[in-house]
Structure formats: C-alpha cells, structure tokens
Design a protein around this ligand. Sequence first.
Ligand code: PLP
Length: 383
Amino acid sequence: MTKPIAFIDLASQRDRLRQKIDAAIARVLDHGAFIMGPEVERLEAELSAFGEVKETVSCASGTDALILPLMAWDIGPGDAVFVPSFTFAATAEAVALVGATPVFVDVLPDTFNLDPSHLAAAIAQVNGQGQLSPKAVIAVDLFGQPADYPAIKAVCDENGLKLIADAAQAFGATLDGCQAGHWADAVATSFYPAKPLGCYGDGGAVQTNDPTLADHMRSLRMHGQGANKYENIRVGLNARMDTIQAAVLLEKLAIFPQELEMRDVAARRYADGLSAVVQTPRVLEGGRSTWAQYTVLVEAGERDRFAAELQARGVPTAIHYAKPLHQQLAFQGCVVAGGRLPVTEELARRVISLPMHPYLGTEGQDRIVEAVRKSVEVTRMAA
Ligand SMILES: *Cc1c(COP(=O)(O)O)cnc(C)c1O
C-alpha cells in the first residue's frame, strides 16, 4: 500500500534524527538547567552565524519575537505600524498588543509580499491625517520568500521608520545572497513545529546587528531584569525559550541547509509539472524561498471543487489565508490604507497550498502532480 500523503510531514525528519534528538533531550534532563541552560546560548551563537547577524535573542514564540522589538522601541498607543493584511494573525496582533495601531497595506499580486509603493502611499495617508505617528513597518516573508527588502528599506529610511522582518516562515531565505537581517533592524522568526525550522513545541528568535537592542530584548524576555535576576528595571515578559527546545533545534539546524536544498528541489519539480495547469509561485528575482508553503492560484469560483477533487485523490490542501486580517473581527478598529486592499482580497479567494516538505520524494510528488492535473481537468469541465 502506498503511504498517505502528508501536508507537512514531520515524522520523516523525526525518524531521521531520532537518536540524536533523544540523546540531546537526555543531556538536558541530566544537567537539569531547563531554563536558560547551555543549549540556549549555543543555539543563539549558531543562529547568529547562520543568519549572518551579530546578535540572536531566542524567545518563547514567533509572536514574542515580534513583540520584543516593538516593546524595546517603546512603540505603543498613538503609533502606527504598517503591516500586510495577507499574513498570519500574529503579525498584526503583536502591534495591537503593545497598544499601537496596525495599518494594513496591500501586497504584490505575484510575490504576495508587501507592495513598496502602496506602503509609501499608506505612510503619506497616515501623515496627512495627523492622528497617528508612523513608527515601524513589519514586512512578512510570506510562504518563505523574502519581501522586496531593498525597496521597503528605502521607504523606511525616507520616513524614519524602523523595519522588522517577520521571517516566521522564511528563516534562511535570501535575496541577492543576503538574509533579512542585512536590511531589517530586527528579524523575527518562529520555531513552531510546522515552520521550515521547527522545534517540538513553541519557540522563536529575534536577530539584529544592534547590540543595544539585543540587550534590551534580553532584559524584556526575562521580566525586564537588570544586572541580576532580582533587579527589575522595566516591565517585561516571561518569553524565554526552553532549554529542551534549544537542544532539539541544535540537532535540526545541523541538517537545515540540506533540507532547504531538498525543498528547492521539490519546488522545482512542482513548477515543472504544474506551471501549465495552475499559476505556480513566482519568486522575486535574486530571491531564494524556504518554501514554507507551496501556494498556487486557481480561479476563485473553482477553488472549493478543486480542493475536493484533490482530497478525493488523497492529496491534502490548505488555504493560507481565506480571510485577510483587515476583514477579521479582531482587527476591525484598524486602519486600511486606501480603504480597501484589492490584491489581498483577490488572493484570499484564489490561493491554495499543496503539500510541501523536504521529504516529499519523487514518487510522492509525481502522485500529487498527477492528482492536480486531473483535478484541474475535472474542475474545468464542471465549470
Ligand atoms: C507562525 C507565524 C508567526 C507566529 O509564530 P508563533 O511561533 O506561532 O508565535 C508570525 N508571523 C507569521 C507570518 C507566521 O507564519
């Protein structure tokens, strides 16, 4: 019998690393330093080397990784932070949690990432209204591909805004050979299990080349501590990464570069097999995606049928994201630049993600490609 196709297969990687991860966890049980143990410091050093940045501050989640720099810059009530609406909720949630106002900006139709010219227009709009003070931009590297950092950074510099890269889905992605930390003041990432580099629980990290910011965030993640544990110089969080998660990540990081290659191979195979029947992803020129998702576009009216046909052929799919953030109840009070986000709204009706992980294998992928071709055919005939 053939193996069922997993949307994201964590079991293959677990089986591959089982002995090493068991031993790594056992070492933590032996030394007993469950909070801020030696693995945490080692992981931070290795992540800094990997990300080509001076500093890495590990933390408890990708959401905390977005909150920490906002808090460190004292961004709060009365401040505007520009974010895409076509993203996971945490991007805007972090802004709202610190009391600032998310201003939703549209994305580009081909890369699904922040549109630099709409961003500039949104900043001008907020400045013109004079009610909020623009402070920062959070650019999301959606589905693993880098945002247009050179263009976004230029807009930030012109307006004196900080730039955060939400690389929760894209740790390891590059643009012209550089990772997001080359342009962004802070890079936030997530180690949620299903992300390209995931741990076995929640985890995250912020990277920066600014040592003062890093120190500030280290204090914030530990209840705002000062020179020692019992001195509190600011109100902070409990946002530390568990030592056990750091130990797991050290083992996974060792094979991560190879896994990124494997994801690239899988993405190329999808493009070869599918670009004639659906709109396959386009990566920004000079960009390299981590392929957190392989998301294609179909006609809005055909998506449900297409997904059902794939399901019937044993291929799971997912919709990221069916409802953009500016249309969610939680973000009703926020600002929508220009009043509507036509590209975001169209993408939300047309996107569908196919199974994607490093261990798809030629045979499994051939089955998916065949099922997609067949499903497109059947769906078109029914339309
Ligand atoms: C997953 C994700 C986050 C949040 O990460 P958590 O570790 O789940 O808190 C933030 N932004 C984006 C774009 C994400 O995909």
